[in-house]
Design a protein around this ligand. Structure first.
Ligand SMILES: Cc1cc2nc3c(=O)[nH]c(=O)nc-3n(C[C@H](O)[C@H](O)[C@H](O)COP(=O)(O)OP(=O)(O)OC[C@H]3O[C@@H](n4cnc5c(N)ncnc54)[C@H](O)[C@@H]3O)c2cc1C
Ligand code: SF4
Length: 511
């Protein structure tokens, strides 16, 4: 008689609640599945990171004396479905109980909920305490509120966990948010910091071979592969970030530069989402950097807000609204995703850079996701499901619970304002202010009409005009309707015709 403790691919944490009381004879069960890697055709680097991190984690568990059953992708009996692999384990061992930490994604929660009846075995589902706020706590916070805003949630979290809070309960430095000191435009002083390159272990080498063999037709470059794949390596990434990069995090948070994917971003999301790093330890180290005068408050607060605020908030929203959330399409966006998202040539340098970073690194930073590929999808009215699938497939840190609210809610305003108080729609002017992209673009960012006009300019006004009924009364965007109404009829008609031409060229791969 034994207990089986299944571990999902993003649960590579020794502190996992389902592992807190492992007894001799219990089985910890992990498996590599084609089903997971291909139900969305994930970027090869992401698949390699999963398998390498899982194998390193399994080794760590084994070395600490825990009995691990690990099914590899090439195991000849592998059925490539989590439930049937678990069934195989149950049949082979005398299993009387399943203990599992709640999965992060809705479809996996449903799967776990089906096990008890299916196997006639007691299933104990434990809370995932790697988050600051549990799903239930978020529901309580959200109850009876007419509008949910990240800023207020974040303040509650700061107080509850005593992060950047003074003895009198006021926020450190007197303000909750220092964004006014952040977000500088690009300048010539920017020297992007060095990054750690991790040597490939024999596990990584094996995994790379495996991924090349099975998934090389997926979008994205597998190599070079220099990711952290173990807790030890992920901790070295965190320490490197805190010491060398965090001090500049805020200032250049929104800057975008050609051939510079990372700039001063932490590039930790993949490790946090996999469980190699814990959000609490990251926030503690970041606050400590401020208290010991190694990083300024604007940078530290801005960074902590992303993890303690945004990350927890989007997770709460996802679980609050699923499964209905996945069906939202508030702005009726339905143009098919153009092929330049999959790497086909486009003359729009901003988009082509973001896609290039994505292809090479399975990464582009937040502003590229939001204000380049996201903004284009928003103002061109691309199909919300296709856009979401793209984000879920191509980013190394993408899991539905965090990808969907960010894409559907924040970037596409597809949830009608549950996440964001306004659509993040922008013309080429924004990209020109925050990047050096327009300097190397064949389009002219200053023009709206004509063969050389930046496509984003007419698309922006077209977006404003065609969504009038849904957006005009939003106080954060209503002034744009006043501007549009001041354009004379000929100008309005010319902008609409230009936008229609842009859409036609997009559909014919001529943009
Ligand atoms: C359209 C779109 C899709 C996105 N999809 C994902 C996704 O699938 N997975 C994912 O982890 N993040 C996603 N994000 C949020 C954010 O862009 C990434 O977390 C960030 O770019 C990761 O890079 P970094 O680690 O260098 O982050 P940094 O800029 O260094 O930020 C620090 C940390 O804060 C957290 N964080 C920052 N912003 C967010 C946010 N909006 N939501 C949740 N966590 C946040 C991350 O854990 C990140 O590692 C998405 C954003 C947009 C606009
Ligand atoms: S000109 Fe327009 S399309 Fe070209 S990089 Fe600038 S914003 Fe992008």
């Amino acid at each position: 008689m034994c207990t089986i403790r299944p571990i999902f691919y993003d649960q590579c944490s020794l502190s996992l609640t389902s592992l807190s009381d492992v007894k001799e004879g219990d089985i910890v069960f992990m498996c590599e599945l084609k089903e997971e890697a291909t139900y969305i055709r994930h970027h090869p680097k992401k698949i390699a990171l999963w398998f390498a991190a899982m194998r390193h984690f399994a080794k760590e568990l084994h070395q600490s004396g825990i009995r691990v059953r690990y099914i590899t992708l090439n195991d000849q009996d592998n059925t490539h479905s989590f439930t049937s692999e678990l069934e195989r384990m149950i049949a082979a061992h005398n299993v009387t109980r399943i203990i599992v930490t709640e999965p992060s994604e809705y479809r996996l929660i449903k799967m776990v909920q089906s096990w008890q009846e299916m196997f006639s075995i007691l299933v104990e589902v434990r809370t995932d305490d790697r988050f600051f706020c549990s799903i239930e706590e978020f529901k309580v916070w959200a109850k009876n509120k007419t509008q949910l805003r990240m800023e207020y949630f974040y303040r509650e979290m700061r107080k509850k966990f005593n992060i950047l809070i003074e003895d009198d309960k006021s926020p450190t430095g007197g303000e909750w948010n220092y964004d006014k000191e952040n977000r500088k435009s690009p300048n010539n002083d920017i020297q992007p910091p060095k990054r750690i390159i991790h040597e490939q272990s024999s596990i990584v080498k094996d995994v790379l071979k495996l991924v090349k063999e099975h998934f090389s037709d997926h979008f994205g470059m597998l190599e070079p592969f220099d990711c952290a794949v173990s807790r030890e390596q992920a901790l070295s990434e965190l320490d490197h970030f805190i010491e060398h990069i965090l001090p500049y995090f805020g200032e250049y948070q929104d800057v975008m530069l050609t051939r510079e994917p990372y700039l001063f971003h932490s590039v930790l999301s993949a490790y946090i989402n996999l469980g190699l790093l814990l959000p609490k330890e990251i926030c503690v180290k970041a606050e400590d950097a401020y208290r010991t005068k190694k990083a300024p408050l604007n940078a530290v607060e801005g960074f902590i807000r992303q993890i303690l605020g945004w990350r927890e908030f989007v997770r709460g929203i996802y679980h609050l609204h699923m499964p209905a959330y996945a069906e939202f399409n508030h702005l009726d966006a339905n143009h098919p995703l153009p092929s330049f998202y999959w790497g086909k040539k486009t003359d729009m340098h901003c988009v082509s850079e973001a896609v290039l970073h994505t292809h090479q690194y399975a990464y582009s930073h937040h502003i590229q996701r939001l204000m380049v590929t996201g903004n284009y999808a928003l103002i061109a009215g691309l199909d919300v499901k296709e856009v979401q699938e793209w984000y879920l497939a191509v980013y190394i840190d993408a899991y539905e619970w965090v990808e969907m609210p960010n894409t559907l809610g924040m970037a596409l305003f597809g949830d009608g304002g549950i996440i964001a108080s306004k659509p993040y729609a922008a013309s080429g002017q924004y990209i020109n202010k925050m990047s050096n992209f327009c300097k190397s673009c064949r389009y002219n960012v200053k023009e709206t009409i004509g063969p050389n006009a930046c496509p984003l300019n007419s698309l922006y006004w077209d977006f404003i005009e065609r969504n009038r009924l849904k957006l005009e009364h939003n106080p954060r965007i209503s002034m744009m309707y006043k501007t549009w109404d001041r354009f004379d009829a000929d100008k309005q008609a010319a902008i609409k015709a230009q936008a229609a031409d842009v859409i036609e060229r997009m559909q014919q791969d001529r943009l």
